[in-house]
Design a protein around this ligand. Structure first.
Ligand code: NDP
Length: 444
């Protein structure tokens, strides 16, 4: 059996009941197979893949807190510190009822390669809780965040592990988490990113992931002879990534006609009104049903359905496995040119393969949504310098990072005989740097 197959089998056996983790291990190891096969003896002796697929450390902890009725509630908290070969662990915290160890491991593993791809010195990690901030009062969210940080603080630090936001963790949560860290440690340090602008946050961090997705999409279309201007774009989600992807796509001359949330979706043939979307989601924290109050010509539908709308570019920005093989078939039938993953692993493996086989350009999330973590790393740099850069400075660095990522993944795919296969390209480009660093640092 080949080394790659052996490791996949062993990971599945040793990590039972974690389908998302198995899925990402298979996807990544399959796509770096050409590099592994070329160096099989050397990597095998070093147990490089066994070390790469086993987190350096994973912590699960109790998070007790008191709700507004005086009832004590208990959630599970997680931090998985996956790989620190090229820098301190870096990766978001997700607060969502679906969170479990397998999901955090999948996200932490993906983060290693994404962070490496940015070209910045950051390792891979991820954390979170099955706590659901939805419908909770500010006081309840604060109580939860303070309890969460009361355990997490001992595992993180500006040079050790620097968490950020993810689903369910935005500016409000980062503020409460930072306040509690500072209080316990008596230290004012850049231990979290995505902070408010008044306490060390970076301009353009809020916009970074969504903007980055579209900078990469723009470059990928360009190197394949297409132009973003005039394209019809279908986007899912209506959270942080989706909102700013909509905004940047519009600035680049495209028309975005859909957004969605966990209960339904909107079709606005005249183009999504991004200011209305921001008011509904960022300010009122309301459902998308409200969108038609702002735009009477738009349609609201319950359930899922954005991928049936004909488009040139499809950008899933909600959550994992939200685009299935049926959706992929619909997109191909509608002559979609490109799919760019805004969320982490939103397209199933089967759907990805179908899209690629049918000539649809496909950019994986670890490349396309790396703008968030890249800008987080720029926030770390500003915190270390004790300086704040302008919006334009951060945005122009972000844009260049995304352009570089696009070329790096395209070049790596080409070098290993898979031109145009950006899944292979992104994984190989991310892997090479981490593998070099791991080998140079000896067995650890
Ligand atoms: P948000 O919480 O801001 O938004 C998530 C959006 O997806 C919301 O519209 C939400 O709907 C919807 N959603 C969540 N879960 C589901 C589900 N199970 N089914 C259908 N819709 C769902 O998260 P972000 O925008 O920050 O993140 C979106 C994705 O991008 C995630 O995969 C995240 O890991 C990834 N990502 C985010 C980065 C960032 O900087 N924010 C960086 C890199 C990756 P509702 O409003 O109903 O909850």
């Amino acid at each position: 059996m080949s080394y790659v197959d052996e490791v996949i089998e062993s990971v599945v056996k040793r990590n039972p009941g974690e389908p998302e983790f198995h899925q990402t291990i298979k996807e990544v190891l399959e796509s770096i197979r050409p590099v592994i096969d070329a160096n099989e003896e050397f990597y095998r002796k070093d147990a490089l893949l066994e070390r790469l697929t086993e987190a350096e450390r994973q912590v699960k902890f109790r998070v007790p807190w008191i709700d507004d009725k005086g009832q004590v509630q208990v959630n599970s908290g997680y931090r998985v510190q996956f790989n620190s070969a090229i820098g301190p662990y870096k990766g978001g915290l997700r607060f969502h009822p679906s969170v479990n160890l397998g999901i955090i491991k999948f996200l932490g593993f993906e983060q290693i390669f994404k962070n490496s791809l940015t070209g910045l010195p950051i390792g891979g990690g991820k954390g979170g809780s099955d706590f659901d901030p939805k419908g909770k009062s500010d006081r309840e969210v604060m109580a939860f965040c303070q309890s969460f940080m009361t355990e997490l603080y001992r595992h993180i630090g500006a040079d050790t592990d620097v968490p950020a936001g993810d689903i369910g963790v935005g500016g409000r949560e980062i503020g409460y988490l930072f306040g509690q860290y500072k209080r316990i440690r008596a230290s004012y340090e850049g231990v979290l990113t995505g902070k408010g602008l008044s306490f060390g946050g970076s301009l353009a961090r809020t916009e970074a992931t969504g903007y980055g997705v579209m900078y990469l999409a723009h470059e990928m279309l360009k190197i394949n002879g297409h132009d973003m201007a005039g394209k019809t774009v279908v986007i899912s989600g209506s959270g942080n990534v989706a909102i700013y992807a909509v905004q940047k796509a519009q600035q680049l001359g495209a028309k975005v006609v859909t957004v969605s949330d966990s209960t339904g979706w909107v079709y606005d043939p005249e183009g999504i009104d991004v200011e209305a979307l921001k008011e509904i989601k960022e300010i009122n924290r309301a459902r998308l049903t409200e969108y038609i109050n702002y735009r009477p010509n738009a349609e609201y539908h319950e359930g899922r359905g954005v991928w049936q709308i004909p488009c040139d570019l499809a950008v899933p920005c909600a959550t994992q496995n939200e685009m299935t093989i049926e959706d992929a078939k619909q997109l191909v039938a509608n002559k979609c040119t490109a799919v760019v993953e805004g969320a982490n692993m939103p397209v199933t493996l089967e759907a990805t393969e179908y899209l690629q086989k049918n000539g649809v350009l496909f950019a994986p999330g670890k490349a396309a949504n790396a703008g968030g973590v890249a800008t987080s790393a720029l926030e770390m740099t500003q915190n270390s310098e004790r300086l704040n850069w302008t919006f334009e400075e951060v945005d122009s660095r972000l844009k260049q990072i995304m352009i570089d990522i696009c070329h790096n993944m395209a070049d790596a795919a080409e070098r290993y005989g898979a031109p145009g296969n950006y899944v292979v390209g992104a994984n190989i480009a991310g892997f090479e740097k981490v593998a070099d660093a791991m080998i140079a640092q000896g067995i650890c």
